[in-house]
Design a protein around this ligand. Structure first.
Ligand SMILES: Cc1ncc(C[n+]2csc(CCOP(=O)(O)OP(=O)(O)O)c2C)c(N)n1
Ligand SMILES: [Mg+2]
Length: 284
């Protein structure tokens, strides 16, 4: 861990504990509004813990520090997940948790970069994050800034033409400072992503364009950490992608097994039950 991250870490919690805290914060925020993209937040908590407490360089007290690695949330509807990790990292104060989704909150239900410290882009119009990440990575190279750009996108965005334009242009510009993270939860608005549009062999496609590729279980923290390390360290002369297979609602078994299409409905009396189930799995 470098000086920057050491300064931002408030204690020596394990990545498992960080991921658990992220899940808990997301559930607490969901409870505030009685809704939210909880399934996605629970699903990517391990990726976020590994990002903010292992892979990324940043300064919690100075979110705009020029040397920071940029973490782009292409999927604006996942904002509740990003707020959880930004709070866990000390970039957002925890006492704002109760304001989630309220008027004048810095944490609107769909992410807005101008509202929230640490939120690099306003995502949400899907298919744009990777193109923005390409521009940022190119700009950093031109400024001889060694920072990396991480773009977190979804499997639904793999069906957007703009994503594949960005895939090609990242190779054209030899962007070895760009790491794309794909949350492959096999869900999108109309059901399973793999049923909505044939995905084929995901890694072969990215490889064919010239990317360094990995595919790992996104809910296996040690595999996630190893994938981040490999993505940074490889001497591949271009961009890198990690496809993470994740399970929506991970960590709350009665929600994991519920039939979900994009949005998991949690009844008013189920938030406390979900928090209690999470508590049972609390890492020591
Ligand atoms: C360009 C665009 N088209 C449609 C939408 C509406 N929309 C919001 S979330 C979503 C699902 C997209 O799939 P994915 O991001 O994989 O969703 P999840 O895994 O959260 O179900 C859609 C179609 C959008 N935000 N942007
Ligand atoms: Mg999806």
């Amino acid at each position: 861990m470098t000086e920057e991250r050491r300064a931002s870490a408030t204690s020596n919690l394990s990545l498992e504990q960080r991921a658990w805290n992220i899940r808990r914060k997301a559930l607490l925020m969901g409870e505030v509004q009685g809704q939210g993209y909880i399934g996605q937040a629970l699903g990517i908590a391990d990726i976020l813990a590994a990002s903010y407490f292992h892979a990324l360089e940043y300064r919690a007290e100075d979110p705009e520090w020029e040397g920071r690695d940029r973490f782009l949330l292409s999927i604006g509807h996942y904002a509740i997940a990003l707020y959880s990790v930004l709070m866990e990292a000390g970039i957002l104060p925890e006492d704002e948790l109760e304001t989630y989704g309220m008027d004048d909150s810095r944490m609107p239900m769909s992410g807005m970069a101008s509202y929230t410290p640490g939120m690099e882009i306003t995502g949400g119009s899907l298919g744009h994050g990777l193109g923005i990440a390409v521009g940022m990575a190119l700009g950093l190279k031109r400024k001889v800034n060694p920072a990396f750009v991480f773009n977190l996108m979804s499997d639904g965005e793999l069906g957007e033409g703009s994503t594949w334009e960005a895939v090609m242009s990242a190779v054209q510009h030899k962007l070895d400072n760009l790491i794309c993270l794909v949350d492959f939860n096999d869900q999108q608005a109309d059901g399973k992503s793999t049923a909505a549009l044939a995905q084929g062999d995901e890694l072969k496609k990215w490889q064919a364009f010239g990317w360094h590729t990995q595919r790992v279980d996104g809910n296996d923290l040690s595999a996630v950490v190893a994938a981040f390390d490999e993505a940074r360290a490889t001497d591949h002369p271009g961009p890198r992608v990690i496809v993470f297979d994740t399970r929506m609602c991970k960590g709350v078994d009665f929600l994991e097994t519920r039939e979900i299409t994009h949005f998991v409905r949690v009844e008013a009396d189920e938030w406390s039950k979900a928090l209690a189930v999470l508590e049972e799995g609390k890492p020591q």
